[in-house]
Design a protein around this ligand. Sequence first.
Ligand SMILES: [Ca+2]
Ligand SMILES: [Ca+2]
Length: 105
Amino acid sequence: MPTPIVAVTPTEKPDITQTITPTVTQTIAPTTSIIETPQHFIKGDANLDGSITGTDMLIIKKHLVEIEILDKSNLENADANGDGEITTTDLLTLKRYIVGIITEI
Ligand SMILES: [Ca+2]
Ligand SMILES: [Ca+2]
């Protein structure tokens, strides 16, 4: 005996229509720029605080007696006379600047 054919009529159509609307707009603009300038490069300013004081002399003294070795940036500043070395001459230059014998380093 053959299987009876039953016609099924859907009573409700599924709603598959979907609208996608973009709701997020993102604009990315460059906000930073790189300007390469030497930071805190002031001859004689061994501790890089922006001023030349007795503290800088103390730091250079400590470096000379190897109590405290300066890093590259500090070394560049500590070389007050620009001869490429940190010596007592740099110390003397700082002293002369601090007491006002010289007005610039
Ligand atoms: Ca300083
Ligand atoms: Ca020097």
